[in-house]
Every structure is written in structure tokens, then in C-alpha cells.
Write a protein that binds this ligand. Structure first.
Ligand code: FAD
Ligand code: COA
Length: 409
């Protein structure tokens, strides 16, 4: 086991740091204040090769690993959460789903969007189906060589800025029989019937829109369906398997934000004096700093492990969920403690601490809540299905009885 980054990864980290500290840090407050998508940062990310770096070389990318992407995202998020988010979604989530599961044509299309500076949107959540994502009602009806989609997604990161969308929907054949869940590719301003709805006024990460994505008789060619490897019946499970990469990405953003806040606090306690002494001399504050450093290390190790263990596949569901839970809880605590160490100055919008606190708050919600991810971990460690619906255990018991009876007959 090797806990060191390779020479190439250290170089990559240094390049990412230089860009982040060079221009992204300077723009972060303005992006937050204006709530405008940072197209200048996108251009710089793209030119530096940080968008689509996980895309295989044969499609124009660099064939980099999720760990490589993680290292870059962490540097971006230390100074600007929004830019970190763009780095996540242009290397993980929808793009990695298409690159692994898509047809040749789908891969080429998705790669060209991302390498040209598009951060694809992944559309899972609906007003009535948040944690209970399997209860989504968006439907795709087969009509000859096309599918017609109807439904509404909300809280879609980048909606209105992103062009390429991967939309999860229940698929029905021409007889109206449900086949399972699949992902459909659609392009804003090209695919008819795809509409961006209301934008949420969010607490943090304000430079990236969170908005509704509405499908109204949205007709796409049959080849817009990204077929999960085990088919539509296991479509949701396969799509979530790919989604585990995005959970590692989201956890890494939380990590980066916490590291950024901690770095500010570490400097401040050595310069600010009260009672005639630098405030770091107070043991209560030393222990706060030590706890921050310990928790940051824990999250970083778990995230790097989840990313590194993905190999040529996707991160393991349990490792990704554990790492995101730890990173999200840690980032809320660490950014908040960092602000505390600044006293009133931390509460001022002149410094980035209050923005970091707001940005960090999202990670125990978006991408699977802290509660849901604990349920994912529990189900894996108990090696049991843990239905969350009221009748779930009853249905499982009935299925088991039926299976026993069938086996006996
Ligand atoms: P609910 O599911 O209604 O949950 C409400 C509360 O109940 C939570 O505390 C939850 O943990 C708890 N809860 C629910 N069920 C259980 C259970 N079985 N056991 C224990 N507790 C439970 N979605 C997308 O599809 N694409 C995106 O790009 C995207 N980006 C997002 C960005 C941000 C900033 C945010 C905040 C959300 C984003 N989401 C996105 C949506 C996100 O995935 C959902 O918010 C999340 O899955 C939770 O769904 P919900 O908000 O409907 O909460
Ligand atoms: N990785 C791999 N497979 C996964 C998975 C993951 N992270 N989460 C679920 N699955 C698989 C399950 O193993 C199951 O497979 P099976 O059909 O072979 O048994 C299938 O998907 C359905 O999961 P299950 O736990 O039975 O579904 P559920 O109806 O109880 O719902 C979830 C639970 C999966 C919807 C819930 O745990 C979840 O992740 N909600 C959050 C959604 C989310 O993250 N949204 C983010 C949008 S950006």
C-alpha cells in the first residue's frame, strides 16, 4: 500500500493549485455575489485540460483516473466551490456514465461537449422523488424509432448553463409495459420539448444554477437511450453504480472547502493577538485546530481510497457513501470552526469564511443525504435489502415465501 501520490500526480496537483490560486481564488467572491456562472473559469479549466480529463484518449481526453480528477477538484474547491463543482461534473457523474455505458456515437458526442467546455447535467431528482429516487415518475414512452419523455426534475445543478443532459426516466414499451429505468441524452436548445424551469435561490454555491428541467413531449431518437450494461431491469442499479463516482467528487469538494477554510484559520490564529498573546497560544484553540486537521485527514484518506479503488470501473458504493458522509459532516464542522476562530471578522462578507460555511452546507443533502448514505452503508454491512417504504419488509417476506413455495413445487 502506497500513501504517496506519484510524481505525475504531484505535478498535476501543482498545476491545478497554480491555476486555482492564480485566478479562481480572486474571482470566487464575485461569482458568489453576482450568482453568475463563471464562464471565464470554464475557459481556463478547459484550456488547462481539467475538463474531460477522465475521458479516454481515443475520444480526445487524457484517460486519467478518478483519483487524478479528485486531486484537481480538491485544489479548485479550496478556493472556489463553484469551480470545484464544474470540475466534478466534467469528469465524473453523467460524463463517466456515458463514457462507460454509451455507444460509440454517444461517447463521441458527450466527449465533444465536455472537451468544448460543457459541464453536463445529471437529472435524477423530482419534486416527489428525492431520496426515494426509485419512485421517479418521469416516463419515456417508445414510439417507433423514438422515445417521448414527459416529467419534471428539480434541483438540477447547472440547469440553464449545461447543454448536455442525462435524464433518468422510467421506460415503457409501445404496449405501455414498464421495462425499467434508463438514462436519456438531450441537448438544451436542440432537443425539442426540453425546457429549463425556475431557478432556486440557494444558500451556497451560488454561481452555479440549481433549476428545474422539464420534459414536455420531449421526443428523442431511440439511440438517445444510454443502455445500462445489465439492461433496463437493472438500469437504476447500474446508473447508481456509475453515480458513485459523483459521490466521491462531491465529497472531494467538501474536503477542499474545509481545507481552504482551515488554511485561512491556521494563518489567522498566528497573527491575531488578544490578551497580549497570539491567539494560537490558547490551548482551547490549539485543540480546535488539531481536531480540524485530524478530521480533514480522515476524509481525505477515505476519498482517495474510494477513488483509487475504482480502478477501471466505478468507486464501490459503500466506500463512496462512507467517504461522502465523513467529508460532508467534516466540512460543515471544520468550516464553521474556522469561521469561529476569526471572531467577528469571520462573519463578515469581506472574508471568504462565511461563503465557505454556506458552500459546505450542501454536501450532506445533494448527491444522497447523510441519512440515505448511512442506509446504503448499513444495507451493505448487513448484506440485506433495507426497504424504506412502509410495506417494504412485508413485500420482501411475501417474495421469500413465494420463492420457497415455487422451489417446493
Ligand atoms: P427528501 O428525500 O425529501 O428528504 C428530507 C429529509 O428526510 C432528509 O433529511 C432526508 O435525509 C430524510 N430522509 C428521507 N428518506 C429517509 C430515509 N429512508 N431514512 C432516513 N432519512 C430519510 N439532484 C439531481 O438529480 N441532480 C443534481 O444535479 C442535483 N444537484 C443538487 C445540488 C444541490 C445544491 C442540492 C441541495 C441538491 C441537488 N440535487 C440534485 C437533489 C438531491 O439529490 C436531493 O436533494 C436529495 O437526494 C434529497 O432529496 P430531497 O431534497 O427531496 O429530500
Ligand atoms: N451503487 C450501486 N448500486 C446501487 C446504489 C449505489 N450507490 N444504490 C442503489 N443501488 C442498487 C441497489 O443495490 C438495488 O439493486 P438490485 O436491484 O440489484 O437489488 C437497486 O439499486 C435499487 O436500490 P434499492 O436500495 O433497492 O432502492 P430503494 O428504492 O430502496 O431506494 C435509493 C434507495 C437507492 C434510491 C437511495 O438509497 C438513494 O441513493 N437515494 C438518493 C438518490 C440520490 O443520490 N440522488 C442524487 C441525485 S444528484
Amino acid at each position: 500500500m502506497d500513501f504517496q501520490l506519484s510524481a505525475d500526480q504531484k505535478k498535476l496537483q501543482a498545476r491545478a493549485r497554480e491555476l486555482a490560486r492564480g485566478s479562481f481564488e480572486a474571482r470566487a467572491a464575485e461569482i458568489d455575489r453576482t450568482e453568475q456562472y463563471p464562464w471565464t473559469n470554464v475557459e481556463e479549466l478547459k484550456n488547462a485540460g481539467f475538463m474531460g480529463m477522465t475521458i479516454p484518449k481515443e475520444y480526445g481526453g487524457q484517460g486519467r483516473t478518478f483519483l487524478d480528477a479528485t486531486i484537481v477538484i480538491e485544489q479548485m474547491a479550496q478556493v472556489c466551490g463553484v469551480t470545484g463543482r464544474i470540475a466534478v461534473e466534467s469528469n465524473m457523474g453523467a460524463i463517466s456514465t456515458v463514457m462507460r455505458y454509451g455507444t460509440e456515437a454517444q461517447r463521441k458526442m458527450a466527449a465533444s461537449f465536455v472537451l468544448d467546455g460543457d459541464k453536463p447535467a445529471i437529472c435524477i431528482t423530482e419534486p416527489g422523488a428525492g431520496s426515494a429516487a426509485t419512485e421517479m415518475t418521469t416516463r419515456a414512452d417508445k414510439r417507433g424509432d423514438t422515445y417521448v419523455l414527459n416529467g419534471k426534475k428539480h434541483w438540477i445543478t447547472g440547469a440553464g448553463a449545461s447543454r448536455l443532459h442525462l435524464i433518468f426516466a422510467r421506460v415503457f414499451d409501445e404496449q405501455g409495459e414498464e421495462l425499467g429505468i434508463g438514462g436519456f441524452l438531450a441537448v438544451r436548445d436542440v432537443t425539442k420539448g426540453l425546457r429549463i424551469g425556475n431557478r432556486e435561490p440557494t444558500m451556497g454555491l451560488r454561481g452555479i444554477p440549481e433549476a428545474e428541467v422539464i420534459m414536455e413531449d420531449m421526443e428523442v431518437a431511440a439511440d438517445a437511450l444510454v443502455m445500462p450494461p445489465r439492461g433496463l431491469r437493472k438500469g437504476f442499479a447500474d446508473l447508481m453504480d456509475a453515480y458513485n463516482s459523483q459521490r466521491v467528487g462531491a465529497g472531494t469538494m467538501a474536503l477542499g472547502i474545509a481545507e481552504g477554510a482551515y488554511e485561512h484559520a491556521l494563518q489567522y490564529v498566528q497573527t491575531r493577538e488578544q490578551f497580549g498573546r497570539p491567539i494560537y497560544e490558547f490551548q482551547g484553540l490549539q485543540w480546535m485546530l488539531a481536531d480540524m486537521a485530524i478530521q480533514i485527514d480522515c476524509a481525505q484518506l477515505m476519498l482517495y481510497r474510494a477513488a483509487a479503488n475504482a480502478g477501471a470501473g466505478f468507486p464501490d458504493a459503500t466506500e463512496a457513501a462512507k467517504a461522502k458522509v465523513v467529508a460532508a459532516d467534516m466540512a460543515i464542522k471544520v468550516s464553521n470552526d474556522a469561521l469561529q476562530l476569526f471572531g467577528a471578522a469571520g462573519y463578515s462578507r469581506r472574508l471568504p469564511l462565511e461563503r465557505m460555511v454556506r458552500d459546505a452546507r450542501m454536501f450532506s443533502i445533494g448527491g444522497g443525504t447523510a441519512q440515505i448514505l448511512r442506509t446504503v452503508v448499513a444495507s451493505r454491512i448487513l448484506d440485506k435489502k433495507l426497504p424504506q417504504t412502509r410495506d417494504g419488509y412485508l413485500e420482501l417476506a411475501q417474495q421469500a415465501r413465494r420463492a420457497k413455495k415455487d422451489a417446493a413445487e
